[in-house]
Write a protein that binds this ligand. Sequence first.
Ligand SMILES: [Ca+2]
Ligand SMILES: [Ca+2]
Length: 385
Amino acid sequence: MSRRRPTPSPATKRSATRRAFPIIAWILPAVFLLVAAAVIATRGRNHGIARSPTGDFAPTVPAPLAASGEPPPGMEWIPGGEFSMGCRDPRGIAHGGPDAMADARPIHRVRVDGFWMDRTEVTNAQFAAFVSATDYVTVAEQAPRAEDFPAAPPERLVAGSIVFTPPPERAPLGDHYQWWNYVPGADWRHPAGPGSDISGHDDDPVVHIAYADAEAFAAWAGKRLPTEAEWEFAARGGLTGALYPWGGDFRPAGKWAANTWQGDFPGNNTRDDGYEGLAPVAMFPPNAYGLFDMSGNVWEWCSDWYRPDTYVADGAPPGAIIHNPSGPAESFDPREPGQAKRVQRGGSYLCSEQYCARYLVGTRGKGEVSSATNHIGFRCVKRGP
Ligand SMILES: [Ca+2]
Ligand SMILES: [Ca+2]
């Protein structure tokens, strides 16, 4: 049997409204508080990044696969799993810098298998052991060949590398020739050129490393260079959409978390983080996977060719999960279309929010494969069980 609800009279409505008012007065603030708490909780889980309406950063899901056997010396187990790869436009956020970082979008879903990764950037001592065992000669130690540089005068075909040389005064940030110089005699043993050396710097990351040098070391060590996806998965340390390998604050608890640049780039380095140039490896806390200096100190080579549209051109439909991506078949950088470039990740001690905020974990860098400088190094990975 159903009972028809009587139509209330205006007086009854007013009476009901008066009765309901205390309830409304109680419910509305409660709903507001619940919504506010949910927003705060969501921001907490995403380490300072508010979710966009598209919800493009989905939770990182580490794989359950555990490491088996003894860890290789100096390496950490990275479990692999699913994560959202890329970076939102960081302009406007604190320390986000002036670059839209368009080459790091769309943010997309990737799965990588588990692997071992060097805990630190490869050091001078480690590279010296490789050279001692193999008599390897780096690209920077070899004179450029005339057939590769037909327009260069013979006196310019001398071995050397590119060294950061800060100008005495403020320089326009659009002209990097103001602070990069090709220095004859600069190489991994002489980071600033002839007259400099690495004595006492065994634990500094090795620099002036061209891509072929990094590959040669990795092969000798029974390792390989990471793919860009492996590198970013490892750098994120299991966090979801975080700005940095350690979370959402550039300086957690007021402490420096990476070796970057403070002061007016490129002429005034205030070295507030304790280091004007290179820091020995592992001077700042590791991320949750036990990896040091994934942000800052030296750039790290990855095995992928660089294209600014890699994430667009992978052709994956929306929602697809790309498994172990290894990058495009060939390099193309519209800014320097004739140069073959590989991906570099993590930024360096020269990264500044004024100029290059690529200490942000999802951002991408690139380098011409034969060009070494005194802020480019690498670390290796090794396939796991
Ligand atoms: Ca510094
Ligand atoms: Ca680094």
